[in-house]
Design a protein around this ligand. Sequence first.
Ligand code: FES
Ligand code: FES
Length: 167
Amino acid sequence: MAKLNINGRRYNVDVEPDTPLLWAIREHVGLTGTKYGCGVVQCGACSVHLNGNVVRSCSIPVSAIKDGDKITTIEGLSRDSSHPVQKAWAAIDVPQCGYCQSGQIMAAAALLAKKPKPTDKDIDEAMTNICRCGTYHRIRAAVHMAAGNTKAKVAGTDAAPSDKTTV
Ligand code: FES
Ligand code: FES
């Protein structure tokens, strides 16, 4: 039995100790916004926050979660999609297929919590999640928008954000 605090609610989840946190979140708690991609810590689709730090939940057994640990999934990032990162993502129309995007948003939110005004380099170093649709330039622009960096440009790309963006 794993005791998990997810998005401020406590869950007793009947799973084996080596069950990946991702499966507990998706299959047992029923929060399916967090995605399974590679299962081997490469893609970031499974990203959630653990005590405010972004982690890849496919690689963490529930036995590694301590009492008092706080897990946040995309469903818990805000009540109404009002987190600055979510608003910027919507304003710039970042997603294409969307599969990677909850992980991208969680990585961006964790980055901005630690570094409110990231540079392009900071973003590229922190945002290692894979997007098969190649939305990387819009992701970078949206992170700048969420940071309030209105002077940021989408450099070296013809995949500029949509007309809606002001960056
Ligand atoms: S599913 Fe966890 S990193 Fe790819
Ligand atoms: S939007 Fe399709 S994988 Fe990223």
